[in-house]
Design a protein around this ligand. Structure first.
Ligand code: EPU
Length: 352
């Protein structure tokens, strides 16, 4: 049985709770298993003045030092089919559910739609924060609504897709409403008239190599998992936080200038006419792939991923990231922005 009020711990170690394995402590820490526990905490008056951070799987997080505030560690479980109609299955999951297990569970039940997002580390509740995306699909495309608690007022709210204001690796939760909500559950709309999304070159090649012309959702999931395991380090084996930088998006004029000098630059047209570049390619061209700076390094199979070679601290990661950023700026005139959430004391360039 869960307690009705979450218990607070002081000076809590966070190293085991972030996939980059960075050492840091939270001045205060509370694990939240039910929305009711959160309500109990919010009713306490003193905590309102503390900085707060909502922690899920810690797989998209860089801790640069101790956090002088309250970490709310989301452990809310549960997943079920709420309703179905002619067009879709509506499936709800608690924010603390493991994302990858949840995707597998939906596929086992015959509800397709999330297969391109297979094997992504982290939790269900964190998925909408950065609008996780991979292999031609972003979570916004399957999200119906989410439930959250407003940490200022304690009020439970329901936000639909429009209210989340999703963008590329972006949402209202990273901008206007940063720190305001704790997501408690997410409801997905999984389409009955399903079509596989296989436009992404790596996935198309993998399906072809497997001799699959008309893939099921589970075939796509298996292909995605295979591609991921070749390119991306498993955080259980090599500590990392996935892509460290966002792929930069340039306006048409800036892109044309760059393309004239680098005709082989991989690029992806955006609906608004701008062009997204492959940051991994830019970083590799600067010679960083497989290199280390102290205990932090650049993954040998994907230059967009920074890894902990053992014993790295936040400052080691930031030093490496700063050096990469300077190289790419010098060589291409492009500014890279960090993709994970950076928490703790920060240097001037972060987020800028
Ligand atoms: N590339 C290189 N060198 C590298 C890495 C990539 O030349 O070291 C080139 C590839 O050859 C390809 C292009 O860059 O032409 C794109 O590479 P890739 O397909 O590996 O994808 P990405 O753009 O580097 C993004 C996401 C990943 C996601 C993949 C697949 C971002 C920041 N990253 O990476 O997401 O899995 O696409 O959809 O958008 C994450 O967010 O943590 C993440 C891993």
């Amino acid at each position: 049985m869960s307690q009705s009020i979450a218990s607070l711990t002081r000076a809590a170690p966070l190293q085991a709770l972030n996939t980059f394995g960075l050492p840091a402590r939270a001045a205060w820490f509370a694990a939240i298993e039910t929305p009711r526990q959160l309500a109990g905490l919010i009713a306490m008056s003193e905590w309102k003045h503390w900085p707060r951070f909502v922690l899920g799987g810690g797989s998209n997080l860089i801790l640069t030092g101790d956090f002088d505030g309250l970490v709310l560690y989301v452990r809310i479980r549960g997943r079920k089919l709420i309703v179905e109609d002619d067009d879709a299955w509506f499936v709800r999951a608690g924010a603390g559910e493991n994302w990858s297990d949840f995707v597998s569970w939906t596929l086992e039940r015959g509800w397709p739609g999330l297969e391109n997002l297979s094997s992504i580390p982290g939790t269900v509740g964190a998925a909408p924060i950065q609008n996780i995306g991979a292999y031609g699909l972003e979570v916004t495309e399957r999200l119906q609504e989410l439930e959250a608690v407003d940490l200022e007022t304690g009020e439970a709210v329901v936000l639909d897709r429009a209210a989340c204001r999703f963008g590329y690796r972006d949402s209202v939760f990273k901008r206007e409403a940063a720190g305001r909500y704790l997501i408690t559950a997410v409801t997905f709309r999984l389409p009955k008239r399903w079509r596989p999304v296989t436009g992404y070159a790596d996935v198309a090649r993998e399906l072809e190599a497997r001799g699959i012309a008309e893939p099921t959702a589970r075939d796509v999931s298996a292909a995605v998992a295979a591609v991921r395991s070749r390119k991306l380090p498993d955080p259980a084996r090599i500590a990392n936080a996935g892509s460290f930088f966002k792929n930069p998006v340039l306006d048409a004029a800036a892109f044309a200038r760059l393309m004239a000098r680098h005709p082989d630059l991989p690029h992806y047209p955006q609906p608004d006419g701008r062009m997204k570049l492959a940051a991994g390619w830019l970083i590799e061209r600067c010679g960083w792939k497989g290199r280390n700076l102290g205990p932090a390094g650049v993954y040998e199979h994907q230059a967009l991923v920074l890894v902990n070679r053992g014993g790295a601290r936040g400052e080691d990661v930031l030093r490496l990231a700063g050096a990469i950023r300077a190289s790419v700026r010098m060589a291409f005139g492009v500014e890279l922005e960090p993709e994970p959430v950076i928490l703790g004391p920060q240097p001037g360039w972060v987020g800028g």
